[in-house]
Design a protein around this ligand. Structure first.
Ligand SMILES: NC(=O)c1ccc[n+]([C@@H]2O[C@H](COP(=O)([O-])OP(=O)(O)OC[C@H]3O[C@@H](n4cnc5c(N)ncnc54)[C@H](OP(=O)(O)O)[C@@H]3O)[C@@H](O)[C@H]2O)c1
Length: 360
């Protein structure tokens, strides 16, 4: 690039902006080109704002395993996304125009406008993003955002982690799992991380996991039995399915099972549960699901703690950033279920010349 001056693209000079809507409910996995459709919308501007509203340009879109569940027309913790409706999603954005005293153009923010390049938001639904020392903008959707908070509350409040516990974490090299492993280490536990590639296993050892295993290894079952010979006190489960079944078979009496997610089942037309669920009775296991949103009032204190650990070098994080704008989001979401990511998966919706650093 040399000294060449890059001209910043200004979305407000466009006549339309892009969003992504649900076109068809998938029966199992998302079908590229069928499940979602790109939509061009009439441009919006400062003139469309009412008092108390802001105009937000999306910079990064968070891709979350839960998104697959939001496409099913079933009862859950949020209503399903409707056909023809904007796909739901959390973003990091930049204020383009403001009719709220709380925000000025140029502020970085987080909000939930969905898969869209531009949106009008009530200022109350937008949070100012302040980058702490040693942090970066994209942490707001990762280690200092929803996934970091999920790991924090799951491990501390549901898992009630104690020094000396033996903890196993599935989906350990993902956004939530990698933070969960490190919190368990900070709290004095011995940690076994489970992930889907040798590279991820190597990273988990760099993070301080005492042991890490690739669950795709043909000898995984035997290696898992050996690694858990002292049995499991706390199992932090992101995956469900066969790995949950394996963990149940190795649970200590009165073990705590933190039911965070079940990604192995999200794309199954007929999800299956563990065959040995009766181990919950035999071992008097406390198995508890939770949603991070239940802890909203405690977010500020938890963020403060996570920020401090980050500054002290006790927490490390990775992120996988897919470039290509919103049109790359559908494939990237499919790739999330295939384990493309180490750490947090984001789509770069708008490349900025300066201010936001991104890395693959
Ligand atoms: N309860 C809550 O409030 C809450 C909040 C956020 C997230 N969650 C849940 O936490 C889990 C992790 O979410 P995240 O956002 O941090 O995603 P993530 O772990 O960063 O990404 C998903 C990872 O899941 C693994 N995976 C995919 N299919 C799998 C399978 N069949 N078996 C085993 N592993 C599989 C892949 O890694 P590998 O290469 O290792 O397979 C993939 O990288 C999800 O289940 C999600 O629903 C719950």
């Amino acid at each position: 690039m040399g000294n060449q001056v890059k001209r910043k693209h200004n979305i407000m000079s466009q006549s339309t902006y892009t969003s992504v809507v649900l076109a068809q409910r998938p029966k199992a996995t998302i079908v590229p080109g069928e499940t979602f459709t790109l939509k061009q919308n009439r441009m919006i501007s400062e003139a469309d704002l009412k008092d108390g509203q802001v105009l937000v340009e999306t910079l990064y879109l968070s891709l979350d395993p839960a998104m697959r569940g939001w496409l099913n027309d079933t009862r859950s913790y949020v209503p399903p996304v409707q056909i023809g409706e904007l796909m739901r999603g959390f973003v990091i954005g930049k204020i383009v125009a403001s009719k709220s005293p709380s925000f000025t153009p140029g502020n970085y923010v987080t909000c939930s406008p969905g898969w869209t390049e531009l949106s009008i938001q009530d200022a109350k639904a937008v949070s100012l993003l302040e980058v702490p020392p040693h942090g970066k903008v994209t942490d707001a959707l990762g280690v200092l955002g929803g996934t970091g908070l999920t790991a924090y509350f799951g491990m501390t409040d549901i898992g009630r982690i104690q020094p000396g516990d033996f903890v196993a974490v599935s989906g350990a090299a993902g956004a939530t799992g990698s933070v969960a492993c490190q919190i368990a280490k900070i709290k004095g536990a011995t940690v076994l991380g489970l992930a889907g590639s040798d590279d991820k296993v190597a990273w988990l050892k760099e993070l301080g996991c005492d042991e890490a295993l690739n669950y795709k290894d043909p000898e995984f079952r035997e290696k898992f039995k050996e690694a858990t010979k002292g049995l499991i006190d706390v199992f932090f489960d992101n995956v469900g399915g066969e790995i949950l079944e394996a963990a149940l078979s190795r649970a200590k009496p009165h073990a705590r099972f933190v039911m965070c997610g079940a990604i192995s089942q999200y794309n199954n037309a007929k999800p299956v549960g563990p065959k040995n669920i009766s181990m919950v009775i035999a071992m008097r296991i406390k198995m508890q699901g939770f949603l991070v949103f239940d802890y909203a009032k405690e977010y500020p204190a938890a963020k403060e703690q996570l920020t401090q650990w980050l500054a002290e070098g006790k927490l490390q994080r990775k992120e996988t950033i897919v470039k290509g704008g919103l049109k790359a989001a559908e494939q990237a979401l499919m790739d999330l279920y295939n384990g493309i990511n180490t750490g947090k998966l984001l789509v770069e919706v708008k490349a900025e010349d300066a201010g936001v650093e991104s890395r693959l």
